[in-house]
Design a protein around this ligand. Sequence first.
Ligand code: NAD
Length: 282
Amino acid sequence: MDRSLLVIGVGFMGGSFALAIRRGGFEGPIYGIDINPASIEKAKELGVIDGGSTRLEEIGRFSPDIVVLASPVRTFVGIAKGIRPHLKENALITDLGSVKGNLVFRLEEILGPRFVGSHPIAGTEKSGVENSFGELFEGKKVVITPTDRTDREALEDVVKLWNLTGGKVEFMDPLLHDWVFGAVSHLPHAVAFALIDALIEMSDGVDLFKYPGAGFKDFTRIAASDPVMWRDIFLENRENVLKAIDIYQSSLNKLRDLIESGSEDELTEYLKEARSRRISLE
Ligand code: NAD
């Protein structure tokens, strides 16, 4: 691949994607646009991009064949509207966003059938281009969410791009994607943020944050994730996240009832079932 590529939002994911395709043999120039001048400067300094700008209007200067949206998900629609008039007819557009669902259909409406949604199931709680690394996607799942309208050639090209990163591509319906990742990713992040909030509430008179052991730190690692990114994910996948929180609350109530009733056998069964499901993940 020797076409030109533009990443919009040169942070942790956008930077890692640029490094990963370069590592996989992508030979064309890689440019970046980011509203934060420090991100562009840092990305150039680290050799993540070959050039960049803080102004979306300057997209024409880079004349990209491929555009990758890698900013927080609630910026995508505005960016898509802003870049549409300046795109080459055959430009391929994809994204790295954690939410697909209706967002994919809205972006397709604006950008046309050469927009193909994708979501790498790889990441950390770190943000910023300074934390990006090219091995991030190696062996990790990448969920691509084509629709009935998706251009087949564009879809093949997006798969080829992800193959360069070492990611393992899977296809999924965009709406199903949001239910699945609402449950296995967005809910755990909500729970981790809420657990920290609960401890703040309980730290009345004694600073509970002085005492956490490894379990608490493992469990809440993801609450150190970027607030703007997670605000956008919760709001953009609101319906699924709310349903998942409701189901979680009833599971927590079930556990609460078992503890309150003091029923040893039933409580052991509940914990055994959860333990064996968790162990089967390994
Ligand atoms: P990040 O904060 O490291 O990077 C986001 C970058 O976007 C920042 O440099 C920011 O300045 C820039 N930005 C914000 N608004 C912009 C705008 N309007 N125009 C141009 N640039 C803008 O965040 P990240 O972790 O790289 O996440 C980026 C995307 O990747 C999000 O959509 C997120 O849902 C998705 N994602 C993240 C992870 C993860 O673990 N971090 C995993 C999978 C998917």
